[in-house]
Design a protein around this ligand. Structure first.
Ligand code: NAD
Ligand code: TDX
Length: 336
């Protein structure tokens, strides 16, 4: 199979490309990535001589058309992906997540190429503590500019399936963690703070809940959907690992031998979603998927070890990322 992977220099995309090269020798991989602040060529170093890398924008219609004409399938990871950035400056999210997806859809439609769309559980909004988890029947109700643009891109895919018969599938996954995740995100930010001897930074009281999944489990599910998923269908991906943010910080503090209250509360995120949770029943039952990192604590330990061993990967962007948080107004707060 000839595969085009968009966003392959980002966190989940790079892990997907490495997994594919390691386990699917019959697949040839071309990566299309704009190398924004979130993209890093070094994340593809282990497979650099076994893939083709194209530095370009998914919204470039001519480039995308040419690349899509030469492949059998497209897996679309490229996106602006960070909620906090979408609150500071929404425009790149509209451009990449909506216009960029449009550009890909037109090309796969023209060349009748199989398409898989990688999306997020955030399109469903958030849950109250007693609500049942999200399923593929939950109504879309996004909260942030990020999740609104992801929701819009999902809607484009569904419309192209229905109106033009596109051979597409969608997946909406919960919060990923693992190697190569940018230090702006919650878990790598706190790990790298702790390596530097800085206290973790918890938004507000830290009662928000996320449903964590190891990136490798997400990517194995994407392959299951590519291999055996039903065209036109949406699959929810999650590993039944709901934890509140404060608990995650406490687990990380324990990894570093620090006291459980050795962190700072900082300014809360505007419009902060309370809880995400996924019902991955159809993925498990229909496609036989199951997470290999079913124990979040073990996956978190392995991730801490990875960041300890790969300082040269994250160090160059750490200081600027922390400065951006300070410039955006993040301050230590005391709770009543
Ligand atoms: P990321 O920010 O780490 O990587 C995004 C990649 O896309 C980067 O390499 C970047 O350079 C590239 N990119 C951005 N704009 C581009 C453009 N216009 N043209 C080409 N490339 C461009 O993101 P991630 O966390 O790896 O997320 C990948 C996908 O998975 C996204 O679609 C995201 O919405 C989705 N997702 C992420 C999570 C999560 O927890 N991180 C969970 C569910 C779904
Ligand atoms: O320093 C922090 N302190 C903190 O308490 C940061 C960066 C985050 N948080 C909180 C906010 C969230 O409740 O931690 C939680 C996770 O935050 P993020 O890592 O920013 O993830 P989230 O906003 O939940 O979105 C993520 O999951 C869904 C990804 O970034 C999205 O791309 C994906 O779609």
């Amino acid at each position: 199979m000839r595969l085009l992977v968009t966003g392959g220099a980002g966190f989940i995309g790079a892990n997907f490309v490495q997994l594919t090269v390691a386990e699917r020798p019959d697949t040839t991989v071309t990566v299309l990535d704009a190398l924004t602040y979130a993209g890093n060529r070094a994340s593809l170093d282990p497979v650099a001589d076994r893939i083709d890398f194209v530095h370009g924008d998914i919204a470039d219609l001519d480039l995308v058309d040419e690349l899509v004409s030469g492949v059998d399938a497209v897996v679309h990871f490229a996106a602006e992906s960070h909620n906090d950035n979408s609150l500071a400056e929404p425009w790149p999210f509209v451009q990449t997540n909506i216009v960029g997806t449009y550009s890909l859809l037109q090309a796969v439609r023209r060349h009748d190429v199989r398409y898989h769309h990688v999306s997020t559980d955030e399109v469903y909004g958030d849950l109250a503590p007693q609500d049942p988890p999200f399923s593929e029947h939950t109504a879309y109700n996004p909260s942030s500019p990020y999740s609104a643009t992801k929701a819009a891109s999902d809607m484009l895919v569904r419309a192209w399936v229905r109106s033009f018969g596109l051979r597409a599938t969608l997946s909406n996954c919960s919060n990923n963690y693992g190697p190569y995740q940018h230090v702006e995100k919650f878990i790598p930010r706190q790990i790298t703070n702790l390596i530097e001897g800085v206290r973790p930074r918890l938004y507000g009281a830290g009662h928000q809940i996320r449903d964590w999944i190891h990136v490798e489990d997400h990517n194995r599910a994407v392959w299951d959907v590519l291999d055996r998923g039903r065209i036109g269908r949406t699959y929810l991906i999650g590993a039944d690992s709901e934890l509140d943010n404060r608990t995650v910080v406490e687990l990380l503090l324990a990894e570093f031998g620090r006291e459980p209250d050795d962190f700072d509360h900082v300014t809360d995120r505007a419009g902060h979603d309370q809880r995400y949770a996924i019902d991955a029943g159809p993925l498990r039952e229909e496609l036989g998927w199951a997470p290999r990192y079913a124990d979040f604590r073990a996956g978190l330990s392995a991730t801490v070890a990875w960041y300890r061993e790969h300082e040269s990967w994250w160090r160059p962007v750490k200081a600027a990322t922390e400065r951006a948080y300070t410039d955006a107004g993040e301050r230590t707060i005391s709770l009543p």
